[in-house]
Design a protein around this ligand. Sequence first.
Ligand code: GSH
Length: 224
Amino acid sequence: MSLVLYYHPLASYCHKVLIPLYENGIDFEPRLVDLSDAESSAELLAAWPVGKFPVIRDTLRNLIVPETSIIIEYLDQHRPGPVRFIPADPDAAREVRLWDRFFDLYVSTPMQKIVGDRLRAADTTDDFGVIEARVNLDGAYDMLEPHLASRTWAGGEDFSMADCSAAPALFYAECVHPFTPSYPAIGAYFDRLMARPSVMRVLDEAKPYFPFFPFRDAIPTRFL
Ligand SMILES: N[C@@H](CCC(=O)N[C@@H](CS)C(=O)NCC(=O)O)C(=O)O
């Protein structure tokens, strides 16, 4: 098997890459990253010294591919399947890349700030940073609501990289800073995302690890 995926089943950015892998039935060898294990961490750092995951190793080309958006572009180019994640049309591709960036930077980043703060020791929490993250999420929801009211998927009428980014971002954001029921168009889009078999599979595989999620009590019961 030529693709090795360094990942963890609970990690939101790993979901972002598992979705396209499952959408197109791409074979890969899963390599679970355990940051509490020195050997596992060292293997990840050797592949990508930034230490963030997921990371893909393509053993056929002797290549490391980090960063989720770059990984999805790589899969689209080198393992194309029935679902194309970046449209061929340059204007449509730009729109997909824009909303991919939007979900990473303006939904995932504040969502992760809130989650990360919950994991800190009581005397090192960043209350102001968490308030700021919640304000940022409200701003993102205000922008997403009209955007999603007029389209099926985040980048247009076809499922794309932007939706791979949106699914985990919104799944965890709904737990830490709910958008339902106040934002009906985001809620309807979220339901469309959650009904995708690839997304259902990713969440099913994450389920055994839900007890480790600091906002586990806020996971909607339909996912448990
Ligand atoms: N910009 C990166 C973000 C990846 C990321 O933040 N991954 C998280 C897991 S969801 C991680 O590596 N966390 C471990 C850490 O930051 O030490 C990407 O798109 O791949």
